[in-house]
Design a protein around this ligand. Sequence first.
Ligand code: ZN
Length: 154
Amino acid sequence: MSELRDLYQEVILDHTKNPRNFGKIENGNRMAEGFNPLCGDRCHLYLNLEDGIIKDIAFEGSGCAISTASSSLMTERLKGKPEKEARALFDKFHNLVTGEKEPSPEPPELDKLEVFEGVREFPVRVKCATLAWHTLKAALDNKAKMVSTEEEEE
Ligand code: ZN
């Protein structure tokens, strides 16, 4: 188990040091901004959504290692994927890090995103890990306003 944990640490560290899809995209048609006041994490997400497919995705932001790694791994996982899959992954990821519900056994698979399972043991870090995903949801819903992890969901 500790070996597995080391591997997880490695993946998170790698994405913190070299975030994937970092920056803006030229042809973005959706964007959202997220803020986690508990930690000070910020996430700006840019999407090119066409015919229900996330053709391109990028993020900018500043924050702790977990929030950066989470944004990076999320964009890597979602690039080229249907919006429907992205929304299903939102639910699965949320369940994974909060442990609130049993993760749905149905696809899509979280794959590498499972490295965040350990976050469950650190409630303060859960919001760092989910910030990018809440921002994603706002972008998909085309909400212009800034989302905060401290706001109740409608
Ligand atoms: Zn954080």
